[in-house]
Every structure is written in structure tokens, then in C-alpha cells.
Write a protein that binds this ligand. Structure first.
Ligand SMILES: Cc1ncc(COP(=O)(O)O)c(C=O)c1O
Length: 364
């Protein structure tokens, strides 16, 4: 059975890598780990025990999981999309959860069910950032995206909240996935634009900058220098006088996990050597759905030279390839391989497609 293996030491190291530069600059801040990236119970329990990390949830089920893992309501943020009345009823049952509203419609629903509550408003600056500047990973851009309240409707959002007996105390903005050094100039433009929202909130108690911090998948990927990132935030918001919240998901877990698969068959078809494995894109969607090829390394060392292979899954779909034309040392049927950087959006996005959804998870 395929196995995900996560390193808790690496997870703690990544949280520290973000926390330390913030502390060094004395930036009042808090990290809310975005559970959607990896909701393995052992990881959540460990983070809850740490006590310094909160958790960001995007569904009622994630809230129950967070509570069950030991987080208190006051350590939970909720940032959902397409939020229903049923979702809001759950939020009403958890008055200590800090809710960032994604739309005016959600603010109306909150006003009906949670009068008197303090809320945040998720905003859309119309500017996004993303891995390799690819639009598919950006949460805002020239084309309208589904997230947040745009500037032209922000006044209405504030009005609806006030008239509905809610207090707007936070601004939230998650602008994309895969922020690296190459995106820091665009990111600075977002920070500038955010000022136009924060300036309009009289009772501002926090600014939440979301997640999206990049992890390198391959050597040619630009790294993210967290010191530079934090310094940009300090430049723009050091004087804001309220804490800055972050919701990193992938940055915390991605390179803390691997997916171990076994080679089921090796066969040359025309000019291509296919190495088939006992898992498919239903267990890790990133290569097939987003074109994000992860490094794959054999776990059995054999002598022999490198050759070009395509690593294919066991799902009956043409897109079910983990990597095409990659150099791989000699490999045989029965050997194990590890898909690296598989700790984020792997298990949490897996499905039972073809009824091949079985896998195990190990936290070491
Ligand atoms: C509101 C919000 N916060 C945080 C995250 C986590 O993003 P990442 O895993 O890229 O850090 C997401 C991801 O979709 C999100 O939508």
C-alpha cells in the first residue's frame, strides 16, 4: 500500500523559519497553519501542543478536527468560500472562532446568525502572486476571481456589517500559491494596495496576509528568502499597530513529507520506458492536475547508469503520470521510490478514484 511519511522535526523547523525572522524584527504576529494542506491528526496534535501556532480552517469539518486535536476556539480562524447558511450555523456554535468573510453574502448570513460578532473581511486587491507567475495558482488578477471583496464593494461590505450588528476588526488577503523571491516585487504592490483597505477600518485589530509561501520543487525554482519577505511586510505594515497573521500551509508541510510507492511494472512502449507504480494521481494530484512535477528518487540503490523514464500511476487515465522523461538510476520491479515534497495537498486532496484510494500515513 502506498505510504505518506511526514517528519515532525521538519514541520517544526519550517514554522520556526517563519517565526524567527518575525520575532527578530519584533513584528507582532501569529501563525495559523492552514489545515487544508495536511490534516494528519498527529501533525495537528503536535501543533496544538506547541501552543504558539493557531490553525486556519475552511469548512465546518475542519473546525471539528481542529477542536478534537486540541486547538481552542480562540486559536482557530475560519476562511471559507461559498459559505452556506448551514456553515454559518456551525460558526454560530463556535463564537470564539475568528471568521474572515469571503463575500457580502457571507456577511449578511453572519449578521443573521451571529449578531454582535467581530469579523474579518477577506479582500481582493485585483493583484495576485503565484508560482512561476502562472495564472492557475493566483487568487487574484485582471480576471475576477471568486475570492474576497473587491475595493469597489468594500464600502458596501462595511455597511452591511455595521447595519447587521457586526464589528469589522480584520482585513484578510490570500493572494496566491508559490510566492518566491521572483514574486517579491509583485507582492510589494499587493501590500501597498492593502493599505487602502486597512485605512478604512476604524476598529482594525489584525491584518491577515494568508499563506502561499513557496517551496522549491526543483533546483531551478526560485527560493523564497523569508527574511526579505518579512522585511517587505515590516516596511509596509510595521507602523500599523496591529498584529499580522499568516496562514501558511504548503510552506509548513510540503517538504516535510514523501510519498512512497512500489514499482509494479517496467515496460518499454515505443520509445518510452514506463515505470508503473502502485499509486496514481488520485493520491497526489499535483503532477497530473497542475503540471507540478515532483522529484522522484529510487529507494533501492543499484549499480548502473541513469536512463530516461516516465513514471506512471495505476489509474485508468492518460494524465496519470507522476513525471515524464526524468533521469532515473537503474530500477527494477518491486523496488520502492519516493515522491519528494509530497507533504502538502497530497493526502488531504486524495480520492478513491478507481477504488485505488488506500494509503497509509506515518509521522516520524
Ligand atoms: C485562505 C487561505 N489561507 C491559506 C491557504 C494556504 O495556502 P498555502 O498552502 O499555499 O500556504 C489557502 C490555500 O488555498 C487559503 O485559501
Amino acid at each position: 500500500v502506498p505510504a505518506y511519511v511526514y517528519s515532525i522535526a521538519r514541520i517544526r523547523e519550517k514554522i520556526d523559519a517563519l517565526r524567527s525572522p518575525l520575532a527578530k524584527r519584533a513584528i507582532d504576529s501569529k501563525i495559523f497553519y492552514a489545515m487544508k494542506a495536511n490534516r494528519h491528526e498527529g501533525i495537528l496534535i503536535d501543533l496544538a501542543r506547541d501552543g504558539h501556532v493557531g490553525i486556519d480552517c475552511c469548512s465546518p469539518a475542519e473546525i471539528s478536527r481542529a477542536l478534537k486535536s486540541g486547538f481552542r476556539e480562540s486559536q482557530i480562524t475560519f476562511t471559507g468560500t461559498g459559505v452556506s447558511d448551514a456553515d454559518v450555523r456551525v460558526l454560530a456554535d463556535h463564537p470564539g472562532v475568528l471568521v474572515n468573510c469571503d463575500s457580502i453574502s457571507q456577511i449578511r448570513k453572519m449578521a443573521r446568525a451571529c449578531v454582535g460578532r467581530s469579523i474579518g473581511v477577506r479582500v481582493n486587491t485585483g493583484l495576485g502572486v503565484s508560482y512561476g507567475d502562472s495564472e492557475q495558482f493566483s487568487y487574484a488578477g485582471t480576471k475576477a476571481t471568486k475570492f474576497g471583496v473587491f475595493r469597489e464593494q468594500f464600502g458596501e461590505a462595511l455597511d452591511v456589517a455595521t447595519k447587521g450588528g457586526l464589528r469589522v476588526v480584520g482585513i484578510h488577503c490570500h493572494s496566491g500559491w508559490g510566492i518566491a523571491n521572483t514574486q517579491l516585487t509583485s507582492y510589494a504592490a499587493i501590500l501597498r494596495e492593502l493599505r487602502t483597505f486597512t485605512d478604512r477600518v476604524a476598529d482594525l485589530e489584525y491584518l491577515n496576509l494568508g499563506g502561499g509561501f513557496g517551496v522549491r520543487l526543483k533546483e531551478s525554482d526560485a527560493p523564497l528568502d523569508i527574511d526579505r519577505f518579512v522585511s517587505a511586510i515590516d516596511d509596509h505594515f510595521g507602523s500599523l499597530g496591529v498584529p499580522i497573521y499568516f496562514e501558511p500551509g504548503d510552506y509548513v508541510v510540503k517538504d516535510a513529507g514523501v510519498l512512497i510507492l512500489q514499482v509494479t511494472a517496467i515496460e518499454t512502449k515505443r520509445d518510452c520506458v514506463f515505470v508503473y507504480v502502485n499509486g496514481g494521481h488520485n493520491l497526489n494530484v499535483e503532477a497530473a492536475h497542475y503540471g507540478l512535477t515532483h522529484p522522484i528518487v529510487p529507494l533501492t540503490l543499484r549499480s548502473g547508469s541513469l536512463s530516461s523514464v516516465t513514471v506512471a500511476g495505476n489509474i485508468n487515465e492518460a494524465i496519470d503520470l507522476f513525471a515524464e522523461d526524468i533521469e532515473m538510476p537503474k530500477i527494477e520491479e518491486g523496488d520502492f521510490v519516493a515522491v519528494l515534497h509530497a507533504g502538502g495537498y497530497g493526502a488531504s486532496m486524495s480520492s478513491n478514484h478507481c477504488m485505488r484510494g488506500a494509503f497509509t500515513e506515518w509521522l516520524i
